[in-house]
Write a protein that binds this ligand. Sequence first.
Ligand SMILES: *Cc1c(COP(=O)(O)O)cnc(C)c1O
Length: 462
Amino acid sequence: MMLASKQSHPLSPLMRKDIADFLENQQPILREGFERFGSPLHLLWPEALKDNLRSLRTVLNAQNVASKIYYGVKVNKSLGLMGAALGASGGLDVSSLYELQDALHLGAEGRDIVATGPAKTPAFHQALLACNALISIDSVEEFDDLLRQLPTEGGPHPVLLRLRPGNQGQSRFGMGLDDAIHCLKRLVDMPALRFEGVHFHLGGYSVETRVEALQEAADLIAIARGLGLSPRLIDIGGGLPARYVDHAAYVAFQEAQTAEDYRTHRLPQSFYPYGGPIDAVEWLRRLLSATMRDGRDVASYFAGENLTLAMEPGRALADQCAVTVLRITRVKALDARSAVIFVEGSSFSACETWFASEFLVDPILLSNQPKALAAAPLRAYLAGHSCLDDDVISNRWLDFPSAPQAGDFLAYVNTGGYQMDLMENQFHRHPMPTRLCVRRTADGLSELIPDQCEETQCSIHL
Ligand SMILES: *Cc1c(COP(=O)(O)O)cnc(C)c1O
């Protein structure tokens, strides 16, 4: 196992132990996976999602804050990850009819489901109402649409109002205070809907903007109670950070990098904070200990007001849940010092370059060559298998201590969050990449189970 990195400033991926073990020791199973399913392969560790969910819940429990953690399923298409969230007593945040259908197929019930997305169709509303899922109402217009869909019987149907906090400027998501109060007043005389509470979701990862938004949500809760409504929760959305590489290493890399580290001779303007100073657990601790206007900390506010803290992390729950492995097709020399590595797969399966940015994590070279054949060092960028000039997986030059060869694998760790399958497609009629769940067997080996079919079928076990 070898890292490809600018030797002086490596961006080694942080890795769960079972992922590191798998990449180190289970390469025959991986090779078999490539033979059966082609390249790239998306490997999934659903257990990691359970661990992430439980870690967040532990922080909340320790502060006596009642909570409901919904996994924001749009972050990844894996059914295994959705099932893991349910298996760890989490819920699912669905944003389309199709995500909802998958959730129900996996055994989720209405009380496990929230729909926070802004553009729900009549069919989606109807399906949400039919299973009594929690619906976050994004606007007065959606409120009116929902009322038109209400069945004459059943209910009351639980709803949230999505607030657009003051610090969100002209965001098209959620409603301003006046519209929210207008909806609250109508909800008072509406037995068919049950007002559960206030929801918001912010861009960015700062704790401070959440505390500001939470204060506005708390004010709205007080107004609702004054109107005779009895809300039970505040939903703080997602946006918890995930850490991909060590913080100090990341800072050192950022300070050292220049435009010449990229084949484009351009330094991307922005990056996801891959090596941020805090992880999701610390983020949540800081949120709970922040001070509200009345002097209480956030944890005491929730406990004292008898409110549940709901949230919908996507990326933070998918942290350490997936690895994308690409097979090298060809290493083509560009000049005496550098090369382009073509892989079987595309930048749609590692898509940061499409956002004018880069995935700042070094891939790991899994060589299929005998050790004795180790080649000279090589500097290369990574390109996909399409004829689009922009189909580049890494514009950043990668320094390999020993040149990769056709047939070797490159593994990108931690692609579960908006990375591996956000933009995947069948360009050139290449089949969609396969997702495989990795499971440890009783004899200490691993088996690969297709993410889409029953566990009893088609597992690879050597
Ligand atoms: C995308 C999204 C989330 C999840 O965001 P992450 O940054 O992945 O945690 C939660 N809520 C809403 C409304 C979203 O649109």
